[in-house]
Design a binder for this molecule. Structure first.
Ligand code: HEM
Ligand SMILES: [Ca+2]
Length: 191
């Protein structure tokens, strides 16, 4: 076997693992902060936002995905354990194993897609965030807010709304691949 720790080539990844695979640039099963940075840049995020996101995500998530109590100085995230990175005040569209829960996904749109049942506006995303809040779970609130506000920014269409399809595609990571292709195509046109 080429690499027993690498998890790039099998069909047994959970949707949550697929969500983060895009950021594992060299597909060795471990995401380092500079990989997350590169991933955000590929999505068209600024240097500043990409740096900030990489630092925050890795400081918060690395330890949860690694054995032992002490942080590793390079703050790696182990994809095989990404389910332990789950936090509170989320939509529960990922279950505790990192599997996708279609009913919870549908619930998002049933509850908050008031203007159009197939999409969310910025205000509807804010409403969703407020209603998902578990009491005093400030850390979860913050995490859910960054997940959803960045999703809105990265995933919104030209009319400034977030389609149901885009949200569906973030749960298995395909949104990131699509968006990165769009950004790359735009760049090569400019040059
Ligand atoms: C542009 C980049 C990203 C966007 C837009 C994004 C967006 C999201 C969204 C919308 C959710 C679902 C939250 C919910 O169901 O309420 C989520 C969940 C999650 N994301 Fe990301 N994400 C991004 C990058 C990352 C990265 C780099 C990591 C880690 C390496 C990560 C780890 C997770 C984890 C562990 C969850 C599960 C949280 C939970 O359900 O409690 N995400 N993300
Ligand atoms: Ca890697």
């Amino acid at each position: 076997m080429a690499s027993s720790s690498g998890i790039g080539n099998n069909d047994e990844l959970t949707p949550l693992q697929k969500h983060v695979m895009f950021f594992d640039i060299n597909k060795d099963g471990i995401i380092y902060p500079w990989e997350t940075y590169q991933g955000f840049r590929k999505l068209g995020r600024s240097v500043f936002r990409s740096l900030l996101a990489a630092v925050l995500i890795h400081v918060v998530t690395s330890g949860k995905t690694r054995p032992g109590k002490w942080p590793s100085p390079l703050f790696p995230i182990e994809i095989k354990n990404i389910k332990f990175g789950k936090h509170g005040s989320d939509s529960d569209a990922y279950d505790s194993e990192g599997r996708f829960v279609p009913e919870k996904f549908e619930e998002i749109f049933k509850k908050y897609a008031h203007n159009n049942s197939e999409s969310l506006t910025s205000e509807e995303v804010n409403e969703l965030l407020k209603k998902n809040r578990e009491p005093k779970d400030y850390f979860g609130w913050l995490n859910a807010m960054t997940d959803w506000r960045i999703l809105f920014d990265v995933g919104k269409n030209k009319d400034g709304i977030l389609t149901k399809e885009a949200v569906r595609d973030v749960y298995d990571g395909t949104l990131f691949e699509q968006k990165a292709r769009e950004v790359a195509a735009k760049k090569s046109k400019e040059n």
